[in-house]
Design a protein around this ligand. Structure first.
Ligand code: NAD
Length: 287
């Protein structure tokens, strides 16, 4: 059996085309959505992510503002900038690209973003609302995964779902969304004993680990839906290409639906950032 592909690239393009209409309607009413992105330091992957986010905003007609700071900038400078952006009526969404350099208190920075502009959904107030099943902003990557389930007719109610990874940005919010959608959810992580015993029970398997080809065919239940969140750069001797957390070639022979890397969850993450920014502007405009 060869699994059907969940094509995140095409779905993201469809969503982004539809966003243009919403942005145009807001702009016509003098509520053009605006996103501010803050990047600290020169991490090459972060630079690429920020560039892609800003370009996606421009393509959708969203106003964007990028501020880049040197890695040794004082936290107080960033907090002052966030206070300014919180008060700026042109800005509906604020994003601080993670990870921050070590001298930063990441939690303090994320909590300095006004919750109603927190388009990443990482502020404690928004995490709490999501946990209560009453989300204001859904973190972009798991939000994108939920859209992929929806677009591909994957019914989650009553399903066994296993999430590998418990990070605040992917694993935990993913698990909350799956619970809210009626799945029976197991969260596995680096301390999990006999990981494969858990994953082999999964009707829905989400891998967010950060290890290339970590999920092998023997870990997957035949017919499972497999979502690969991982983005890993292979070493030069293996071609230096991007690769997910799932051994795609082998697992596609076992799964019923599978996301590729690249072209899977990655493009959806950016699309959902635009969605959250537009939703923030629509709320501010009283829609
Ligand atoms: P993270 O490092 O914060 O978390 C990784 C998780 O994997 C941890 O919870 C850890 O317990 C778990 N883990 C590590 N080794 C394990 C093992 N042997 N067995 C079971 N669990 C194990 O990473 P993250 O920020 O959640 O990101 C995960 C991956 O997803 C990375 O490759 C990252 O680049 C990618 N990512 C992709 C997108 C996207 O848009 N597609 C967005 C965010 C992150």
């Amino acid at each position: 059996m060869s699994a059907q592909l969940i094509d995140g690239k095409t779905l993201a393009e469809e969503l982004r085309a539809a966003f243009k209409t919403r942005v145009a309607a807001l702009t016509a009413r003098n509520h053009r959505p605006g996103l501010a992105v803050i990047l600290v330091g020169e991490d090459p992957a972060s630079q690429v992510y920020v560039r892609n986010k800003v370009n996606a905003c421009e393509a959708a007609g969203i106003f964007s503002q990028k501020r880049v700071y040197p890695a040794d900038v004082a936290q107080a400078v960033i907090l002052a900038k966030l206070a300014e952006l919180n008060a700026d009526p042109k800005i509906h969404g604020i994003l601080v690209q993670l990870p921050l350099p070590r001298h930063f208190d990441e939690k303090a920075v994320l909590e300095a973003i006004a919750p109603e502009k927190d388009v990443d959904g990482f502020h404690a107030e928004n995490v709490g609302a999501l946990a209560q099943g009453n989300a204001r902003f859904i973190p972009c990557t798991p939000y994108g995964v939920m859209k992929m389930f929806e677009a591909n007719g994957v019914d989650l109610a009553g399903k066994e779902a296993v999430v590998i990874g418990r990070s605040n940005i992917v694993g935990k919010p993913m698990a909350l969304l799956l619970i809210n959608a009626g799945a029976t959810v197991t969260v596995c992580h680096s301390k999990t004993r006999d990981l494969a015993a858990h994953t082999r029970r999964a009707d829905i398997l989400v891998a967010a680990v950060g290890k290339p080809r970590f999920v092998t065919a023997g870990m997957v239940k035949p017919g499972a839906v497999v979502i690969d969140v991982g983005i890993n750069r292979l070493p030069p001797e293996e071609g230096g290409k991007l690769c997910g957390d799932v051994d795609f070639e082998a697992v596609k022979e076992v799964a019923s639906l599978i996301t590729p890397v690249p072209g899977g969850v990655g493009p959806m993450t950016i699309a959902m950032l635009l969605a959250n920014t537009i939703e923030a502007a629509e709320r501010e405009a009283g829609q």
